[in-house]
Design a protein around this ligand. Sequence first.
Ligand code: HEM
Length: 497
Amino acid sequence: LWLVLGIRKRESGEPPLENGLIPYLGCALQYGANPLDFLRGREQKYGSIFTCKIAGNFVHFVTDPFSFGPVLRAGRHFDWHQFHYATAAKVFGHSSMDPNQNAQTEDMHDKFMRAMEGDALEPLIVSMMEKLQLIMLEPNSVKLTSKEWVTDGLYAFCYRVMFESSYLSLFGNDFKDNPSAARQAAQRALILNAMENFKEFDKIFPALVAGLPIHVFKTARNARERLAKDLMQEKLRKRSNLSDIVILRMFLNDSFANLNEMDKAKIQLALLWASLANTIPATFWTVFHLLRCPRTMKAANEEVKQVLEKASQKVTAGGKLITLTREQLDDMPILDSMIKESLRLSSASLNVRVAKENFTLNLDTSNSFKIRKDDIVAFYPQLIHLDPEVYDDPLEFKYDRFLNENLEPKTDFYLRGRKLKYYYLPFGSGKTKCPGRHVAVYEIKQMITLFLSYFDIEYVDKNVKIPPLDQSRAGLGILQPTHDVNFRYKLKEHLSP
Ligand code: HEM
């Protein structure tokens, strides 16, 4: 009967086990309703490792951050990518690139990761700085002056600015040099259209990850297909200024015999999604806290001013664009700390690995646990990000939380009197760490630098409240706000044309 119901019996040496009450789903509903509360409750009951049946899988949650190192070092027992490939294929609808089905995949994956963290990074930063300025200074159908305030939703603003800039930086434009105004406007309309499709598709992302088939969601399915069609490699080849990562992705895609042209387009769509789905809410939260707290605003303004002065950059309207090198962007510890603090408060990702064999996992506590083949081992970093012993007043935004007295990055955080190595994990860990993490931080710094340099900005409601996090996306990355907040902006006085 146990076998029929998919219920497992705890064997000796295995972590405490909860099968849940519902066949197949197990604890999925309770976990899904609020992962943080669910895991805190189970940790209290069972200790720092326990197993829950969730939607047919047995997941061993490791909650003690001192045990993350031992799990990451047990890498040879895990298949790092199986889960990711299967999820990506399910959500984006392309054929599987599972390394078990294609021996080259692992090597290709490493090449791609290295490029994103290495040679491809600098040109992407340069392009992003240019695109951000063009887009911020030329909003659709409103005139920016130093006299008239423009009112907008802050989330809507961050969405549009980051989407348009990233799309152009990654996938280039559909004209060569010196395009006419009409050509540029047509290109813009296409990207804004892609943005609406992206929103439609992203709305059902959690449902797709949970296993619901996309044909249940007709509008979102059409939106996904339209987005992918724009990214067909045959179309991309006709565009100029494609980024190095997109060119590399095209080359890698072409080396898989089993992928058809639509599969390749959907893999490019996965890259577009990965580059934006977390970066947009991360930008929103950083700007949101910045505008809300005068101390934070003052510190950020001073840092931005100083960096621009050191780099001999003058802010002008309609003239020369601001440029900052990677080294100059690296020299912004206050913005770094603000971004970290915003991600600490809004990140809710699940780090997952699949056991490829039966093995014994030795944890920090010198306890050992038996893990079965195909079981999942997972961390939920929000447990640490919001632990009051690691971060005092964990729900408070403190822009300088990640700075020491000398305004250098603070790296000493403690739990039970011991210094932690893993205290900040919004970008994942080990082999599945986000390859775009440097790009993301540079992009947010660039956006804030430009935003503060060109505009006067304020909230419409001076006593704006922090919007709640949308928990329906818990487990998937940076959480979005449940509602937008209105703000207004105008060109700084001395920049008026
Ligand atoms: C994967 C977070 C921005 C590209 C991941 C993962 C996390 C993450 C947690 C691992 C997911 C997993 O374990 O399956 C973030 C956050 C970002 C951000 C918090 C912004 C604040 C970006 C950007 C890019 C990017 C800007 C590209 C330019 C990717 C890619 C993967 C990934 C390609 C998949 C890697 C793989 O196949 O293993 N990201 N990311 N990310 N991210 Fe990011």
